[in-house]
Design a protein around this ligand. Structure first.
Ligand code: NDP
Length: 251
């Protein structure tokens, strides 16, 4: 009997970090579906399937997830990767900007997690990885982003506990600064300073998207079979150092 190929959905999987996650899961042997607003990089690799999805459209999330599960005989892995950012001081932030980030980064993550769970729980198994960020600890100029990324950690630990006994493992990956097109645009626009960022990172370099994808690959694999509700930081040591070195070596 031939074994069923496992199906993985990566939201926002047609660009950036999500694209690297999609390619990594494809290499791991999954049928991979990038659920994204536009086909993006899926045009480069037809083995990564594209399904149009706006994660803020609650009805569409259910419809697309149900359709994928029906078409491929189940849903095994979800990577909740779609996320957006709005840089602005709290006092200047518009309600539209706040809501846009909350809708994608939190409401979208919840809608997809719930829709996936509704397939995985009756099947008795599944793995979900939510993408958070080191910004979850708080970061000036990023109020909606930091707030939603912290909330994703809370949702991850809650769902991880709630579904553990039913075979559905939910964990999170929190990347530090990743060398993506969006990041480079921030550098070019002057909203981000590469020197300041590198100074703050103990590893003194940015992450590659493939390094984030490797952590996702681990968490959805059987190697992580006893991990539930955890957040794995892929951040070059960012979270373990509060960033104020000694002014000089002691005598
Ligand atoms: P990108 O903007 O490069 O990619 C995000 C993808 O999500 C894009 O394809 C985007 O589509 C898609 N997307 C945006 N809104 C929606 C939506 N409503 N429904 C479906 N898809 C959507 O971002 P990154 O690759 O940099 O980030 C990926 C994840 O990693 C995010 O959750 C981000 O917060 C997180 N992260 C990123 C870090 C970094 O340094 N880059 C650091 C820490 C965490 P489109 O391009 O058409 O808008």
């Amino acid at each position: 009997m031939t074994e069923r190929i496992q199906t993985a959905i990566v939201t926002g999987g047609a660009a950036g970090i999500g694209w690297d996650i999609a390619l990594r899961l494809l290499a791991d042997g999954y049928r991979v579906i990038a659920a994204d607003l536009v086909p993006g990089r899926t045009a480069e690799q037809p083995d990564v399937l594209w399904r149009e999805l706006d994660v803020t459209d609650h009805a569409a999330v259910s419809r697309v997830f149900d359709g994928i599960a029906e078409e491929f005989g189940g849903l095994d892995v979800l990577v909740n990767n779609a996320g957006i950012q709005r840089h602005r001081a709290i006092e200047d932030l518009t309600w539209t900007e706040w809501s846009a980030v909350v809708n994608v980064n939190l409401n979208g993550v919840f809608a997809c997690l719930q829709a996936a769970g509704r397939h995985m729980l009756p099947a008795g198994g599944g793995r979900i990885v939510n993408i958070s960020s080191v910004s979850a600890r708080g970061s000036a100029g990023r109020a909606p982003y930091s707030t939603t990324k912290a909330a994703v950690i809370g949702l991850t630990s809650t769902a991880g506990a709630e579904w553990a006994a039913r075979g559905v493992r939910v964990n999170a990956v929190a990347p530090g600064y990743v060398d993506t097109g969006v990041f480079r645009q921030g550098i070019e626009a002057g909203t981000l300073s590469l020197d300041t960022i590198l100074e703050r990172i103990p590893a003194k370099r940015l992450a590659q998207a493939s390094e984030v994808a490797a952590a996702v690959s681990f968490l959805v694999s059987d190697q992580a079979s006893y991990m539930n509700g955890q957040t794995l930081y892929v951040d070059g040591g960012f979270m373990v150092d509060y960033g104020i070195p000694l002014a000089k070596k002691p005598e």
